[in-house]
Ligand binder design. Structure first.
Ligand SMILES: Nc1ncnc2c1ncn2[C@@H]1O[C@H](COP(=O)(O)OP(=O)(O)OP(=O)(O)O)[C@@H](O)[C@H]1O
Ligand SMILES: [Mg+2]
Length: 228
């Protein structure tokens, strides 16, 4: 599902941001990626989306070798990957329904299908009653739930989350984790970058720790190693 082989990413400075990453993530896994600021977590996410190319090494996502995915084929790769960021990134001039529907309109889904899927996603994230609200009328936790609904509406095989609870309080963070766990139970492979070690400890999932562009520990069920 996700394989990295000897991946190096050098932005041009003396020290590479990623310095020899080897990683296998199976279909259906739920994985946390932790590590101090600058350790390379977001760089890893950007490589998986092919927003960046590695300096060397190979990356496979859904059996596709990203070094061989052409610009023309990029939309097909990205269609299979949902993404959620710390800062929500909703379209400010569209309501909740249209923010989620937009992701399906882009792939030219028929309107009837769009409606039933968007409503199903809104129900999953508990926001059916807010479908007409605009992003600036929602709390941070609600905005993030819309962002997750949007990321999942096309039923991607993989959901990548870069600090999804970074702007949220503990109650909202827990609610977001419940939704991610539900998506995972429905078969989505979920990767979550986070600094929230309380959540990592609670969830008891595979946890990969990065430091200086390397994986320094990879443990099942929430054991982690973290130096601040
Ligand atoms: N576009 C860029 N150009 C040059 N250097 C970069 C760029 N993006 C990231 N870096 C550097 O690469 C390293 C890894 O950055 P990255 O954003 O992947 O870290 P991170 O683990 O996500 O950190 P944080 O927890 O603060 O989000 C850092 O040293 C950073 O300064
Ligand atoms: Mg980051």
């Amino acid at each position: 599902m996700i394989i990295l082989e000897d991946v190096v990413k050098n932005y041009g400075s003396d020290v590479p941001a990623l310095n020899g990453i080897n990683l296998h993530i199976q279909k259906g896994e739920f994985v946390f990626i932790v590590g101090k600021s600058g350790s390379g977590k977001s760089t890893l996410i950007k490589l998986l989306l092919k927003e960046l190319d590695p300096t060397s090494g190979e990356i496979f996502v859904n059996k596709k070798n990203l070094n061989k995915v052409t610009r023309k084929k990029l939309p097909f790769l990205r269609r299979d990957i949902g993404v959620v960021f710390q800062d929500f990134r909703l379209l400010p001039d569209r309501n909740v329904y249209d923010n989620i529907a937009f992701a399906m309109k882009v792939v030219e889904a028929p309107n009837r299908k769009i409606k039933s899927r968007v409503l199903a996603m809104l129900s999953m994230v508990g926001l059916l009653d807010k479908y007409k609200s605009f992003p600036n009328e929602l709390s941070g936790g609600e905005q993030q739930r819309v962002a997750i609904a949007r990321a999942l509406v096309n039923r991607p095989a993989i959901l990548l989350c870069d600090e999804p609870t970074g702007n949220l309080d503990p109650a909202n963070s827990n609610a977001i984790m419940k939704i991610l766990e539900q998506a995972n139970k429905q078969g989505t492979t979920v990767l979550v970058v986070t600094h929230n070690m309380d959540i990592v400890a609670q969830m008891k999932k595979r946890t990969i720790t990065m430091s200086d562009g390397k994986v320094i520990s990879d443990r099942e069920k929430g054991g982690y190693f973290y130096e601040d």
